[in-house]
Write a protein that binds this ligand. Structure first.
Ligand code: G6P
Ligand code: MN
Length: 439
């Protein structure tokens, strides 16, 4: 049985991940679950809920919470990482500062994602170093930490040999919805996909070898990438802003007759429309703080008072997917999943060393990417511009370069002019004083 540590244990996602682990114990046996967080107060609030989820399924799994990396990672076989540097109060800034300048306010797309990247790269590398110091030599870090594309590039630059697998639940959430539309479990789908994280396209969606993409497109043209069922099964993705995201795929899909765009491409391809419908005083961060966060803290409070745990935390594809990936790594299952990997030719006409999102067979030695071939010039160009923006942001972080940060912001498709880029960057430097390296 494994020792598993969750870095960012105080996250509201933790109960959902642990619940997913509990229902998969026969596939992924556990001796111990450790929660690690630098915000111990927050972690201690959530810990009783997590412990209850464990005890409902097992009396023997050891449960530990700590803010000491040595205790957290000693001998660990797996680390699930989900850090949110600056927590929701900084996510709020990431979203609201660009909006003040008429630019998309989103936590991973646009200037918000770049700002979040500047906060996260170095702490992520610190985490890797602590894990490498204390954990089992064969330990894997499965990393959900956002902004995943930038974090992956930062890790590649600074710790190229680390056993880190960067993942995102967005493609698999899209697949969950596709499955609901087609009436099959998402595990039955075999997809082809190319791009960067939060910036890519499905090119095939096969069920038993037959491509269902045309059928999916017909459904999406009417209803978006959504069914009522899909929304109901996952409370996170049934929030109004998520429903809007799944529906908004319609107008961008029309411009890609052969593919299915990742819903996040709407931020890059129709930014004016997005900004027009965003409330600059109440963004997704506010929705999450007043929704998911409040619900979980209230549930923890109620559990403490009454001993009864209302099922108020969210379980869904987010938790299930990281467990799927960990199982495949642990037992060399060679399952095919969409993950973030070094390109090495998987997308023939993107740089060899770019961090791309493609299907890969997940083996005990890591991901073996599937070749997606060359992509059309238009897509390649969009990808190259986004890649340049993200790579310059990483260089800005490592070199403390204002100029490169400005270039990164300017090259982002959500940002209309260099003047916008500079104004947003300057406001963000101010807001991120406690987090960013000096630029
Ligand atoms: C998707 C993305 C994640 C992102 C999350 C935000 O799942 O793949 O990268 O963190 O959405 O969701 P939230 O509910 O916090 O807005
Ligand atoms: Mn993601």
């Amino acid at each position: 049985p494994f020792i598993l540590s969750i870095a960012g244990g105080g996250s509201t996602y933790t109960p959902g991940i642990v619940k997913s682990l509990m229902v998969r114990l026969s596939d992924f046996p556990l001796a111990e679950i450790r929660l690690y967080d630098i915000d111990s107060a927050r972690q201690e609030t959530i810990a009783p809920v997590v412990e209850k989820v464990i005890r409902d399924h097992s009396q023997t799994i050891k449960f530990t919470t700590t803010s000491d990396p040595e205790i957290a990672f000693s001998g660990a076989h797996f680390v699930f990482a989900q850090m949110r540097v600056g927590q929701y109060k900084m996510r709020e800034q990431d979203e609201k500062i660009p909006l003040r300048h008429g630019v998309v306010g989103q936590e991973t797309c646009g200037p918000g994602g770049l700002a979040y990247g500047l906060r996260t790269i170095l702490p992520m590398v610190e985490l890797i170093d602590m894990v490498e110091r204390y954990a089992d030599n064969n330990a894997w870090i499965v990393n959900y930490s956002n902004p995943a594309a930038i974090v992956a590039e930062g890790v590649r630059r600074l710790r190229p040999t680390a056993r880190v697998l960067n993942i995102c639940d967005m493609p698999v959430a899209a697949m969950r919805n596709m499955g609901a539309i087609l009436g099959v479990d998402r595990h039955k789908l075999e997809v082809d996909y190319f791009g960067l994280n939060h910036f890519g396209w499905f090119t095939r969606v096969r069920v038993d070898g037959e491509d269902k993409l045309p059928a999916l497109r017909r459904h999406i043209a009417k209803f978006g990438l959504l069914t009522e069922d899909a929304a109901q099964t996952d409370p996170q993705h049934s929030d109004p802003s998520w429903v809007k995201t799944w529906r908004n795929i319609k107008p961008i899909m029309d411009h890609f007759p052969d593919y299915l765009p990742n819903p996040y491409l709407q931020y890059y391809l129709m930014p004016n429309d997005i900004v027009e419908h965003q409330d600059p005083d109440y963004t997704r961060a506010n929705e999450v703080m007043n929704g998911r966060e409040k619900k979980l803290f209230a549930a923890a409070e109620e559990y403490k008072r009454t001993g009864i745990l209302p099922d108020a935390f969210h379980v869904g594809v987010h938790g299930a997917f990281i467990v799927d990936v960990a199982c495949s790594l642990a037992f060399d299952l060679r399952q095919r999943h969409l993950v973030i990997v070094e390109n090495k030719g998987a997308i023939a006409n993107l740089p060899y060393d770019a961090m791309v999102e493609v299907p890969a067979y997940i083996t005990a030695a890591g991901p073996e990417p599937v070749r997606m071939g060359a992509v059309p010039l238009f897509h390649q160009t969009l990808l190259m511009q986004q890649l340049a923006s993200e790579q310059l942001l990483v260089e800005a972080t490592l070199e403390g370069s204002y100029e490169k940060a400005l270039q990164a912001f300017t090259l982002n498709r959500t940002v209309p002019t260099m003047q916008h880029a500079k104004a947003i960057l300057d406001d963000m430097i101010e807001a991120n004083r406690d987090y960013w390296p000096a630029l």
